[in-house]
Design a protein. Structure first.
Length: 277
């Protein structure tokens, strides 16, 4: 979940846990678009409707779509404001109904909603991306175990007949009980693309955000074997789309290996290495 250095004490002594009343009370005074609160014995987040979404949030997807010649990665329409808020509430409830780990929506209105923190009270919830990067000094097995856990979590999402929004490892979180949770659902790719394209979009985002860490920890080769096993269980249509996308990405193999060209090109090249047989 997002982090806020100063949880509001406004609800530190909660009474009967009237989440609707709490939401409406805090929306009138909340300074940030998303803010953390201590509410009795639990931690909550309130997200309010914003005027719009900053362009930087979608530059990564747009740039990745261009680099990989994968149009399904282009950002889907997201007008922001109340509409984006309603989309996120709907998606969180939909994914929760499929048994997936997402923040629980406790109350919602047109201008905001309150959700329960995915982590334990008093404990930070680390993103999977940060956890994988932090595991690199511990070696290939530690890095691979976390990466595989993320891939298996993504597989459960797809097996439920659903998809994520931007399935980068930064939008997956390591919950205290060892489960992987998911955050950030302001857009809904499935409202604009066929489900198989949305699921392919998920795996491309996940590979792009993690493959470089696998290479840095010398876990790339075992990860490739795990990935090919995953491909073997894909739906035929999704597998065909993946093969076509990798053909379009063939130029990536010629990218230089120099780190002076920046991490973005390294990520793209390593994602191609990971995904190809």
């Amino acid at each position: 979940m997002p982090t806020d250095p100063a949880p509001s004490p406004a609800a530190a002594a909660a009474g009967s846990k009237d989440y609707n009343a709490f939401l409406h009370e805090q929306l009138t005074r909340q300074q940030h678009n998303i803010q953390r609160y201590d509410f009795g014995d639990e931690v909550l987040w309130i997200k309010r409707a914003s005027a719009g979404n900053p362009a930087w949030r979608y530059r990564c997807l747009d740039g990745l779509a261009r680099l990989l010649r994968a149009p399904m990665l282009k950002p889907v329409p997201n007008p922001g404001g109340r509409q984006a808020l309603a989309t996120e509430v709907r998606r969180l409830r939909q994914l929760a109904s499929h048994g997936l780990r997402v923040p629980q929506v406790l109350a919602a209105c047109e201008d905001g909603f309150v959700m329960r923190h995915l982590g334990a009270p008093g404990a930070e919830t680390e993103s999977l991306g940060n956890a994988i990067e932090a595991a690199i000094p511990r070696g290939a097995q530690a890095t691979l175990a976390l990466w595989r856990q993320g891939l298996e979590a993504l597989t459960r999402v797809h097996a439920s007949g659903d998809c994520l929004s931007q399935a980068f490892a930064r939008n997956m979180v390591c919950c205290a009980d060892g489960e992987i949770g998911f955050i950030d659902f302001e857009d809904d790719p499935a409202a604009h693309l066929p489900l198989e394209l949305c699921q392919l979009r998920d795996v491309l985002c996940y590979a792009h955000s993690t493959a470089l860490f696998l290479e840095q920890s010398t876990a790339m080769q075992p990860a490739r074997a795990i990935w090919q096993e995953h491909v073997a269980h894909m739906q035929p249509r999704t597998r065909q789309l993946l093969e076509r996308t990798l053909e379009n990405m063939a130029w990536v193999r010629h990218l230089p290996t120099s780190r002076r060209l920046g991490r973005d090109l390294q990520r793209v090249r390593m994602a191609y290495v990971l995904l190809t047989p």
